[in-house]
Ligand binder design. Structure first.
Ligand code: MRU
Length: 341
């Protein structure tokens, strides 16, 4: 396969390399990813993360395995193992459905390669379209708040919500960004802060619990988040803590926008209750681990609840900003995301 490079994925020497998102920003480590077990390990450990990126990395690996001689039945098995690596982000399943169609072709090696590269190119274009649609909604001088990481690290392009924010900054409408640190795994404090710094966008990092008082003080003009799955009724699964922000936004009359590619839409999923929510290890809450070391502050015996995502009901969302344009609450209520539309 041709050489390829995005913010967090590379193909070189006919192998997939991923940028370790657990080591950032202290260390920039590119990990070779030769097989399914390795990629599944990276995905589960969130070294590869973000709804679009998970699907793209899985697709690229399958294409490379085919090129390196893996037989069709083994590829079919590998595809299903990758599909099961994380349950919530539907982009993974959507991308793998397309790879499965390519695998069914006689000339499956070139079909898989072409499809994986097409998915990468499409994702870049989707990000650009989301940024264009979303930045038009930003009023001049806006102080925006974002949660988790939805930038170039999480996609093949400029990102989703963070792509909107970056475009708004380039166009002069964004004054500054409040970055939720995003406990427990700190995607905001580690990754979004790093990306905004690289882009030169002024930001201030806050603990998640500080968002409420900022809104009460009138210091947040809009909230922009990404999505892992959008149900047919407009409910959105995204990083844990998103729902609290949406409730706060409603109370304080702050617009709350969700930015995502259409590949995040699951028309077959009727509502948020039907979205599978990943539960994660207790140690992520009892302490923290990363390139800074490994610490534990809770008692050894502490019982923990650690869902990776929560569901924000459609009624709290001001607009769904997709690559196809902005979808309003009225359109969602009229069935815009229902099957067959
Ligand atoms: O657990 P993560 O870091 O993969 O969660 C990521 C998010 O919740 C993002 O907001 C979402 O995947 C959109 S990324 C463009």
């Amino acid at each position: 396969m041709q050489t390829l490079s995005t913010t967090s994925l590379q193909v070189r020497d006919n192998q997939l390399w991923i940028l370790d998102q657990q080591a950032l920003p202290q260390q920039k480590i590119w990990c070779p990813t030769p097989d399914v077990a390795e990629l599944v390990g990276h995905i589960k450990a969130l070294r590869v993360r973000g709804a679009p990126l998970i699907g793209l990395s899985a697709s690229l690996l399958l294409a490379l395995l085919a090129e390196n001689g893996m037989a069709k039945p083994a590829l079919a098995e590998a595809l299903e193992v990758l599909r099961a690596s994380r349950p919530t982000a539907v982009n993974l399943m959507n991308n793998l459905d397309r790879m499965k169609l390519a695998l069914a072709q006689d000339d499956f090696v070139s079909a898989l390669g072409a499809e994986a590269l097409r998915l990468i190119d499409e994702d870049k274009a989707l990000c650009d379209s989301i940024a264009a649609a979303g930045s038009a909604l930003i009023t001049p001088g806006s102080r925006l708040l974002t949660h988790c990481n939805t930038g170039g690290l999480a996609t093949a392009g400029v990102g989703t919500a963070l792509g909107v924010i970056a475009r708004g900054w380039q166009e002069g409408s964004v004054a500054s960004v409040w970055v939720d640190e995003t406990r427990p795994l700190l995607q905001g404090g580690r990754l979004t802060a790093w990306e905004l710094g690289e882009l030169g966008v002024p930001y201030k990092l806050i603990c998640d619990s500080m968002a409420a008082s900022l809104m009460a003080q009138g210091q947040v003009d809009a909230i922009w988040v990404g999505a892992d799955r959008i149900a047919a009724n407009g409910d959105v699964a995204n990083k844990i803590g998103t729902y609290s922000l949406a409730v706060l936004a409603k109370y304080h009359n702050v617009p709350f926008y969700v930015a995502a590619p259409h590949t995040t839409l699951d028309r077959e999923c009727p509502n948020g209750d039907a979205i599978p929510i990943e539960q994660r290890a207790a140690r992520e809450v009892t302490g923290a681990a990363g390139s800074f070391g490994d610490v534990q502050w809770a008692p050894e015996a502490a019982q923990v609840y650690n869902p990776a995502f929560d569901v924000t009901p459609a009624s709290l969302i001001s607009g769904w900003v997709l690559d196809t344009g902005v979808v309003t609450p009225q359109q969602v209520q009229a069935g815009e995301f229902q099957p067959g539309r």
